[in-house]
Every structure is written in structure tokens, then in C-alpha cells.
Write a protein that binds this ligand. Structure first.
Ligand SMILES: [Zn+2]
Length: 320
């Protein structure tokens, strides 16, 4: 039985990704182009370049032609915007949803995956709500789940460490995974090429990874240390407001001052160099309780959601 795969890459083209782009192009995208050339009947690749959320994305629809995909890559330009604006991750994920994904077929397995490369927090997390008109990332994740599209997030250290737990939870909401860049090219090339020749799904192939050896080695990503916070995002957060509420309560529980940078990962809090006064961003944020009467809260995905999180969610254990 032949498996077909649609892949969209969403690449953060903000200025701080300049060196990363050259390396990822050589280590991952050029070999990926060769996989496309050898499997053009099975796999299609699309590409989205994104930067600040105030700028439109650069989108390249699916192609099964390796030469065309190479031309896509040649057209990618890394921004020179300094300082960088809030990252338009949600813009990229929303645009990717509108791609011409092939539908699932009962008789012919078909896989869909979006692979996001970024090095920092998405817009809508550390900003006032009225600063950002983008869709809510976690609501988008629900749409990906419903459409059967897995999200894999490739994080570029060290800046990503502020929010690797958020991105890990985001990916897991869709059945995907978070991968540190240092190991991502090897893993993704292996998993994607094996999915084309073996009768195993992308999800099964990701689950076969040796977590310590394949994923965490040589990186600062340590899942065991953040498992509680990933679970918090995965099981307790329906919207980004919920995440902001969690951070706000984390700050209160840890007696942080108003100038402290709200790293979601306490382990690297001391390494954060960008003091931003943000407590006011979260203090009036009610989280999803304020959104309960909305249409979104009636969906089947959300109906299984736990709603009694006042005592459990905000217990100090969540953020240890
Ligand atoms: Zn935004």
C-alpha cells in the first residue's frame, strides 16, 4: 500500500534566523529536495516564510517538482528588520490551513504534516491582546487536529527555551512533537523518507524515537523537566489567554517582580536578558473562563475539556 505525504514548512524569516536559514537549507532542505526528486509520485512540499505579524507571509503552494521547490527556496529572503516585531507564527499556521491538502482516503493512506521552524515566542503571548489581531494559536491547533494535520515544531536554541514548553504542548495537541534544531534535520529526513516506504504512520515513526539519544542529546531541551508545564498547555489550555493566565499565576507564586521576564521555563529564567514589564499584560486576563459562552467552547474537542482548574491548574506543582 502506498502512502502519500503532504508537507508544509513554515520558516521564521526574521533577522535573527539569518545564520540558521543557511544551515537548515544545507542540512535539511537540500536533502529534502532530493527526497522529493526520488518520490515525486508520493510527496508534495509547500513552503511559507513568515516574519513579523504585521507583514504578510510568503507562500508557495504544494509542488511535487523538485526543481520548483528549489526555486521556492531560492526566493526566500531573511528580513533585516531590527528590532524584530512580534513573530507571526499564527499567520503562518492560518495560511497553511488554506493550502490544497489532499483529503484522507480510506483505501490509500495519506499523511499531512506542518513543520514550523522558529527561535522565539509567538505574537499574542507577551503582548497586550489589542496589539495582536492574529488568530489564537491554540484554537488553530484544534483546527489542525480536526483536519488531521500534525504540527511538528523545530526550536532554535537558545532563545526558544523561553517557550519550548508552549511549543511542545502546541505540537502534542495535534499528535506532533517538538524537536530541538540540533537533531531535527536528521530526525525529519529519516522519518519522512521512511514514511514513504514503510507501512507506519508519521506518528508511529516519531514515537519510535529514543527520546534521550535521538531528540535531547546536545540540546537544552529536557522533556522530563517541563512535563508538568507541557501537560498544562496540552490538557488545560484552550486558548492563549489560558497560557497567559498560567504565566501570571506562575509569576505570583514565585513572587516575581514586575520587571522580571516571564520565562515559562523556570530553569532558564536566569538566562533571560530581555527585561520586559509584562505583568500588566496578564493581570486582567481571565483565561478561557471569559470565553466559555462562545461558539468555540461548544465544539466536541472542547467538551472533553476540564473546567474545574482553579485549584488544580494553579497549584504550584504545575510549575515546578
Ligand atoms: Zn499577532
Amino acid at each position: 500500500m502506498t502512502t502519500t505525504v503532504d508537507v508544509v514548512f513554515a520558516f521564521d524569516c526574521s533577522s535573527s534566523m539569518d545564520r540558521t536559514w543557511n544551515k537548515v537549507r544545507a542540512d535539511f532542505f537540500d536533502p529534502m529536495t532530493n527526497i522529493l526528486r526520488s518520490n515525486s509520485d508520493k510527496i508534495r512540499l509547500g513552503f511559507i516564510g513568515f516574519g513579523s505579524h504585521s507583514k504578510p507571509t510568503t507562500t508557495f503552494e504544494f509542488t511535487s517538482l523538485s526543481e520548483q521547490f528549489r526555486q521556492y527556496l531560492d526566493q526566500i529572503r531573511i528580513s533585516n528588520e531590527m528590532p524584530e516585531g512580534p513573530k507571526g507564527v499564527a499567520l503562518a499556521l492560518e495560511d497553511a490551513l488554506n493550502f490544497d491538502w489532499r483529503p484522507n482516503d480510506l483505501f490509500s493512506p495519506h499523511e499531512k504534516i506542518l513543520i514550523l521552524f522558529t527561535n522565539g515566542p509567538p505574537c499574542g503571548l507577551f503582548h497586550q491582546q489589542n496589539e495582536c489581531q492574529c488568530s489564537d494559536l491554540l484554537v488553530l491547533a484544534e483546527k489542525y487536529l480536526k483536519k488531521g494535520i500534525m504540527i511538528v515544531v523545530v526550536g532554535v536554541e537558545p532563545d526558544i527555551l523561553i517557550v519550548d514548553d508552549l511549543y511542545c504542548g502546541l505540537a502534542k495537541k495535534t499528535g506532533g512533537e517538538y524537536l530541538p534544531l540540533v537533531n531535527a534535520s536528521r530526525i525529519l529526513l529519516d522519518v519522512l523518507s521512511r514514511s514513504l516506504i514503510e507501512e507506519e504512520t508519521l506518528g508511529q515513526l516519531f514515537r519510535q524515537l529514543d527520546w534521550r539519544f535521538d531528540v535531547e542529546m546536545n540540546s537544552e531541551f529536557h522533556f522530563d523537566e517541563m512535563k508538568n508545564r507541557v501537560d498544562f498547555v496540552l490538557k488545560r489550555c484552550r486558548t492563549m489567554s489560558d497560557v497567559r493566565q498560567g504565566i501570571y499565576w506562575y509569576l505570583r507564586l514565585n513572587n516575581e517582580g514586575k520587571d522580571a521576564f516571564p520565562c515559562f521555563s523556570p530553569t532558564i529564567r536566569s538566562n533571560c536578558s530581555s527585561p520586559i514589564s509584562i505583568v500588566h499584560v496578564f493581570s486582567d486576563d481571565e483565561g478561557y473562563r471569559s470565553a466559555l459562552p462562545t461558539v468555540a467552547s461548544n465544539s466536541s474537542f472542547l467538551s472533553n475539556y476540564q473546567t474545574n482548574f482553579d485549584d488544580e491548574l494553579f497549584s504550584p506543582d504545575v510549575f515546578i
